[in-house]
Design a protein around this ligand. Structure first.
Ligand code: PEP
Ligand code: MG
Length: 750
């Protein structure tokens, strides 16, 4: 059964024409469940409370695209409204039964219908009918399983515009990744790593498009022939033949002809190739013969090889338009680095959440990011006008004039706020009842340094050393690290600089140090890796301590501390390295202040013990929230549940503050909450007086600090802690900001 299910779902995922795939599903189901009729209704895009018959088998096909059912109307509408299956032996006898006269369904009284649901939304209904034999439990379970699997595929197909390309102006909703607004043009970055995400695009120059396609094909052919030769030494002849067969497919025939035809019709080579490959693979996948059906994978494999070459040939965005909005299925931190900073003004990604690294980076660059937009029509987005609202996580595709006017006005207001904020840059961050707050920046890129100093940062509260590791293709040497660290320590001379030891693993991969785990966030991460690889840790600490010799403003922060043993081992190594360098050089080598990140729940409950061993602690609200709420910080399916203002997170942080106070250990916060105006209010109320944030948030945070008294924030926190969910807490703090006329700090328009 699982094979039948897989086959059906693959049909939808791979079919270039989804409507045709739905028809095929009804045919397959009619056979698999030995039924007389099968129908699929899907909710209409422009009116999701009404479903339209999209496919049927065994009934009069003329009713396709003509029969509609409102939620609650007829059996189909009732299934949708109740979000529940219906298994009937006498459908016409049911009070909700509605006959479609020209369908012929009255002959089939035995009825089973199940809803197709994705992310709590009913997308449609699948129903099967027959003349005799009631549906048994197995059949009901089979159809329910199929509908659940199809839901994701249908949702994806809808988002990719495979039912119909989205027309005109429309809004898509994700989650707020980085605050701010932007108006501009979307650019879809594609590295040719998968066929599905190649965007549609018209070719500017057909001849050059054709040339690059032929060149890519020629190179792949040459590689394949060479591989076949090499493999001959170690593989039997018939296995080598595969490479030659691949090369053969590229030497002419319909794969090549169809692509060239599509290019001649004005399409750029990558999407022409994508369509041809998908169509050919689809035809093979439908073949009854298992061997031939498997060939679909060969075609896709070949498709990818050529695509990769093609994308290398084509560098479509060497000239990024001004005000580029980078869009993609899963925009990554390194994608951002591909766009010149003065061209990039926003990010929108179908995957990810507010604490994904790409969002954090966008925040640091001061550009809005909208993350986790499940229905982002990535393929149709290239070159399309876009308005991004990073405050509430929405975007408008093809905005109409009214919307453009509205957001142009908001942008002007935002600009005015930014101008006002600039006046604060040399002022001390101090509450109205004169409690000073230290404002530091989170960094990891040299490009942050100047803006940080210009915004009046009082030091670096978190330097993510993994960023220089991630942009290389091998571990940086001690000397390379030495000069990176020295440059940040020197730039912020006279101010504290907190360098965090390497925090890779989880969602921060190193291409040259692959880690394959089923559960990466609960696996080999941060200090766990570096303690298992003391050679990496020691090299890094050596570089840090040496860079600090003449400056002495270094503090070292240890990520992912979950217990005493990790601290004992880290402190031992740091002390040993210090002694070694001192012995080697004869210079005085400072032992820096050493801190532990509190971002794993176990550390919250051991806070007093941890504080007895370190000079300071820094709360990582991103991971602390992820682990306390069991919400993956990068998973768009649960992004709505990720909130660092959740009462459980606030209570944990209060416990940290109380525990640390027993030994007078300073507490700072370096997660994203520290730069969120509402978070600033909550953290100050807790007694925290050291916040480290993306440079883009610094002046906003200062404005908030200077607008409230410590005593009123303490009282507000007490009220917040009695509340049962993060929405109430958010409203409480947002209401207070509005009272002070500061709503513009957290949303578009005042
Ligand atoms: C955090 O977890 O809050 C944090 C600051 O570290 P990172 O986001 O780099 O994991
Ligand atoms: Mg962290």
């Amino acid at each position: 059964m699982i094979h039948r299910l897989q086959r059906i779902v693959q049909e939808v995922n791979r079919a270039p024409d989804i409507n045709a795939a739905l028809l095929l599903i009804t045919e397959s189901l009619t056979q698999d469940l030995t039924v007389d009729a099968c129908t699929i209704f899907l909710a209409k895009e422009n009116d999701p409370e009404v479903m339209l018959l999209k496919a049927c088998n065994g009934l009069n096909p003329d009713i396709i695209d003509r029969v509609e059912r409102r939620f609650g109307e007829g059996l189909i509408g009732t299934i949708a409204a109740r979000a529940e299956a219906m298994n009937l032996i006498d459908a016409p006898g049911h009070k909700k039964f509605l006959l479609v006269p020209e369908s012929g369904e009255v002959d089939y009284p035995i009825f089973l219908g199940v809803p197709i649901i994705a992310h709590r939304d009913v997308l449609g209904v699948i129903a099967v009918q027959r003349a005799q034999n009631a549906f048994n439990e197995d059949e009901e379970a089979y159809l329910t399983t199929l509908a659940a699997q199809l839901a994701t595929s249908i949702e994806r197909a809808e988002s990719q515009g495979r039912f119909s390309a989205p027309q005109g102006s429309h809004m898509v909703k994700g989650v707020a990744g980085a605050p701010g607004m932007a108006i501009g043009q979307a650019i879809v970055l594609n590295r040719g790593v998968n066929l599905e995400s190649v965007p549609d695009k018209k070719a500017d120059d057909l001849d050059s498009e054709l040339r690059s396609f032929r060149e890519a094909v020629r190179k792949v052919c040459a590689e394949l022939t060479e591989q076949a030769e090499k493999m001959r030494e170690s593989l039997p002849e018939e296995e080598c033949a595969l490479f030659l067969a691949y090369a053969q497919m590229l030497s002419g025939g319909s794969l090549i002809d169809d692509t060239e035809k599509s290019i001649a019709e004005g399409n750029w080579a990558p999407s022409s190739w994508r369509d041809t490959v998908e169509q050919h693979a689809y035809v093979f996948s439908q073949m009854e013969d298992r061997y031939l059906a498997e060939r679909a994978n060969d075609i896709r494999d070949l498709g990818l090889r050529v695509l990769r070459k093609l994308m290398l040939e084509q560098s479509p965005y060497l000239d990024f338009p001004e005000r580029t909005k980078l869009a993609g299925d899963d925009v990554t931190a390194t994608d951002l680095a591909d766009v010149p900073p003065d061209c990039l003004s926003g990010v929108i990604s179908a995957r990810g959440s507010s604490s994904s690294h790409v969002a954090i980076l966008a925040h640091a660059l001061g550009i809005p990011a909208v993350m986790g937009v499940p229905n982002l029509p990535v393929k149709q987005l290239d070159g399309v006008p876009l308005v991004l609202d990073g405050y509430n996580g929405s975007a408008f595709i093809n905005p109409d004039q009214n919307l453009l006017d509205e957001y142009t006005r908001y942008l002007a207001e935002e600009e005015a706020i930014e101008q006002d904020l600039l006046e604060l840059k040399d002022k001390q961050a101090i509450t109205t009842d004169r409690r000073p707050i230290k404002l530091m920046v989170n960094s990891g890129l040299m490009s942050d340094y100047t803006p940080s100093l210009r915004s009046g940062a009082e030091g670096v509260g978190l330097y993510r050393t993994e960023i220089p590791f991630q942009i290389r293709d091998r571990f940086p040497s001690e000397e390379e690290q030495y000069s990176i660290y020295k440059s940040v320590l020197e730039t912020f001379d006279g101010m504290p600089v907190v360098l965090r030891t390497l925090d890779v693993g989880g969602d921060k991969p190193l291409s040259y140090f692959p880690i394959n785990e089923a559960n990466p966030f609960l696996g080999w991460r941060g200090v766990r890796i570096t303690l298992d690889h003391p050679e990496i840790f020691v090299t890094q600490v050596r570089a840090m301590l040496r860079a600090n010799v003449e400056i002495n403003n270094l503090a070292i922060l240890l990520p992912m501390i979950s217990g005493r043993a990790e601290l004992v081992d880290s402190l031992f190594l740091i002390n040993r390295v210090r002694d070694e360098i001192e012995e080697e050089s004869g210079d005085k080598v400072w032992l820096p202040r050493i801190g532990a990140m509190i971002e794993v729940p176990s550390a919250v409950y051991q806070i007093e013990d941890i504080c007895s061993m370190v000079d300071f602690v820094s709360i990582g609200t991103n991971d602390l929230t992820q682990y306390l709420l069991a919400v993956d910080r990068n998973n768009e399916n649960v992004a709505e549940l990720f909130s660092s203002l959740h009462p459980a997170v606030l209570k944990a942080m209060q416990q940290i503050v109380i525990g640390a106070a027993r030994s007078d250990t300073p507490v700072s916060v370096c997660g994203e909450l520290a730069g969120d105006p509402l978070g600033v209010m909550a953290l100050l109320g807790m007694g925290i007086d050291n916040l480290s944030m993306s440079v883009g948030s610094l002046l906003r945070a200062k404005k908030v600090i200077m607008s409230f008294s410590y005593s009123e924030l303490t009282e507000l926190l007490q009220r917040a802690l009695t509340m049962s969910d993060s929405f109430m807490i958010r409203d409480l703090y947002a209401g207070k900001l509005d009272e002070r006329g500061l709503g513009g700090l957290i949303r578009a328009g005042k």
